[in-house]
Design a binder for this molecule. Structure first.
Ligand code: A2H
Length: 253
């Protein structure tokens, strides 16, 4: 962790009832996978959610109505940021593993896809953010490659119990244009750099550097309320919209 605190937007990805057996204890509650992002303006292009299969998660009461699924570490940080039912204390309703979360159908703010699924990503860090990541393959090289791995490797889907219909038909949703990279910048850069899988760390770091920088400085919105505006301008507007609508909360660590 750096010297400066990092501020994330936590996107409330709602688990669509009825809940599977592992989540039965949460029935009747409003349950969200809380995904940490630095790119709230990309939420239109969400295609799925990522969890770490062997990761440890919990379902924590955040206030009188909402339950967040995330790592205990993140829940504790949130408890010190006025986001726990009991001030500065955890209220864990249920412990869960990443495996328990794979295949959950979700409804996520701003996403053009009305129902998206929770899927395995093997490179998620449990000491960063919430351990839950929302997937935007048009603009995130990590997301693009992790999804491509699942789409192109039936054995990988089988290993993690991923049903074909949770990943297929697979479509990248264009949401931001970057003059140098087009309307699906992550896909283009991953192809140009010949990235082979989600584990190709060095090349992915370069792809992220390229798209992140150019997306912010040169990108413009192709969709949504701020269509045609620069990403730089749209980003704080969309972030505030999500926060005001109660679809997201701020989180620092
Ligand atoms: B970003 P930083 Cl479109 N493990 O959101 C691995 N990755 C994580 C994570 C974790 N525990 N928690 C968050 N992240 C991802 C959107 C996005 C992101 C786009 C493009 C780039 C991008 C959609 N996924 O991140 O190390 C989340 O993915 C590029 C780095 O704190 C989060 O924002 O800088 C970002 O990494 C935070 O990473």
């Amino acid at each position: 962790e750096g010297v400066q605190p990092q501020e994330y937007v936590l996107i409330k990805m709602e688990v669509i009832p009825p809940f599977p057996a592992k989540l039965k204890a949460l029935e009747g509650r409003k349950v969200f996978l809380a995904a940490a992002t630095l790119r709230p303006e990309t939420m239109y292009g969400q295609t799925n959610c990522w969890v770490l299969p062997d990761g440890n998660y919990g379902a924590f009461e955040i206030n009188d109505t909402d339950v967040f699924i995330l790592t205990e570490r993140a829940a504790l940080n949130l408890a010190y940021q006025k986001l726990s039912k009991v001030p500065e204390k955890l209220s864990c309703l249920l412990k869960l593993s990443g495996h328990d979360l794979i295949g959950l159908p979700l409804s996520s703010p701003l996403a053009f896809n009305e129902v998206i699924y929770s899927l395995p990503m093997l490179t998620i860090l449990t000491d960063k953010g919430t351990g839950i990541v929302t997937s935007v393959p048009s603009d995130s090289p990590d997301d693009y490659m992790a999804l491509k791995d699942l789409v192109s490797k039936p054995a990988l889907r089988e290993k993690y119990g991923v049903k074909d219909e949770w990943v297929l038909p697979y479509e990248v949703v264009p949401i931001i244009n970057i003059p140098e990279f087009g309307d699906k910048s992550a896909e283009k850069v991953c192809i140009d750099l010949k990235i082979k899988s989600q584990n190709d760390k060095e090349k992915l770091a370069e792809a992220k550097r390229l798209t992140y920088l150019k997306g912010f400085t040169d990108g413009s919105m192709l969709v949504g309320e701020f269509q045609g505006r620069k990403v730089q301008e749209a980003k704080p507007l969309i972030k505030n919209k999500l926060l005001e609508a109660g679809m997201a909360v701020l989180y620092s660590e």
